[in-house]
Design a protein around this ligand. Structure first.
Ligand code: SAM
Length: 288
């Protein structure tokens, strides 16, 4: 744990008045609002916690496990978590700097700088990632074919870029956490009997029938959904508590037909077409 130096506050901040940390990035598919619906299903006790599709980490922050292995395939996201865990004062200092300069021109120059990839310090890259995430369109993370982050600036009057108190709590919660850039199937290398594994993959399109074979919009193919179901089964056989969220459609129900499922209701928060925002059902699959 580190002592965070006091910097003058220059703009309104989100105030997190709970003792729990909350996600410090906006992330597509974020689960924060669903936690009250998930809570009744958590295992009573478990050893380590594993979250292989980490994103904004809402589930991890809610659960506050004593030991965790968190991973995601997005290397920029994982190194942002690492910088908050290992060098929070530097991340805060850079965030303060970005927040004071925020403007349209500044956003695009920062986006260019992130993509040039020549920032030597992880804390500098982490602060850029958080600044861009909180000021870009809908908090989306999208790359072009060259791997460049290409989301335009969002329409916020006064974006809340960071909350020092929350980031300090996040830093504290990350102290016993192992972070990895990895594809989800590598969870098989680490998870032991009695561990709790939560999967929140990119979702299958809601219209998918049991014969669905296409890619979803974020490139997570039907073949990957099949592989994920196989990994789920192997972990369940190993004696892990395995939980998974996905859209409520024929394809998903068929994949997990041997396991217990519950239905939860989610409000979509990231969708560029306002008309498409609304309540949708999701399934929660459990191995126990
Ligand atoms: C639905 S989001 C997770 C949202 C998260 N639960 C939250 O509350 O913010 C899915 C995540 O899976 C990651 N991802 C996509 N393909 C992956 C793969 N093959 N292995 C691991 N992570 C992957 C994406 O980078 C994204 O962060």
């Amino acid at each position: 744990m580190v002592a965070i130096p006091q910097l003058p506050s220059v703009q309104t901040e989100e105030i997190d008045d709970s003792s729990k940390a909350s996600p410090f990035v906006k992330w597509a598919g974020g689960k924060r609002k669903l936690m009250p619906q998930f809570e009744p299903y958590f295992p009573k006790s478990f050893q380590s916690y594993h979250e292989p599709f980490l994103g904004g980490g809402a589930f991890f922050f809610h659960l506050q496990p004593r030991h965790a292995v968190l991973s995601d395939i997005n290397h920029r996201l994982i190194e942002t978590y690492e910088a908050i865990r290992d060098d929070l004062p530097s991340v805060l200092e850079r965030l303060h700097y970005h927040r004071r300069r925020h403007s349209k021109e500044y956003f695009y120059s920062c986006r260019q700088q992130l993509n040039k990839g020549d920032l030597l310090l992880k804390s500098d890259r982490a602060a850029l990632m958080i600044y861009l995430n909180k000021t870009c369109f809908n908090g989306l993370y999208r790359e072009n074919s060259k791997g460049e982050f290409n989301v335009p600036i969002g329409r916020y009057k006064n974006p809340s870029i960071y909350d020092r108190e929350n980031l300090t709590t996040v830093h504290n919660h990350l102290q016993n956490v192992e972070l990895r850039v990895a594809s989800f199937e590598l969870v098989l290398e680490r998870a032991k009997p009695g561990d709790f594994v939560y999967f929140d993959p990119p979702y299958v399109p809601i219209s998918a029938t049991s014969s669905f074979t296409n890619y979803s919009k974020d490139g997570f193919s039907a073949a990957k959904q099949h592989l994920l179901a196989e990994v789920f089964r192997k972990l369940a056989e190993r004696g892990c508590f395995v939980m998974l969220s996905n859209s409520d459609c024929g394809f998903v129900r068929e994949l997990y037909r041997d396991f217990r499922t519950e239905t939860v209701t989610a409000a979509r928060s990231i969708n560029s077409r306002a008309k498409k925002r609304g309540a949708v059902n999701e399934v929660l699959v459990m191995s126990w």
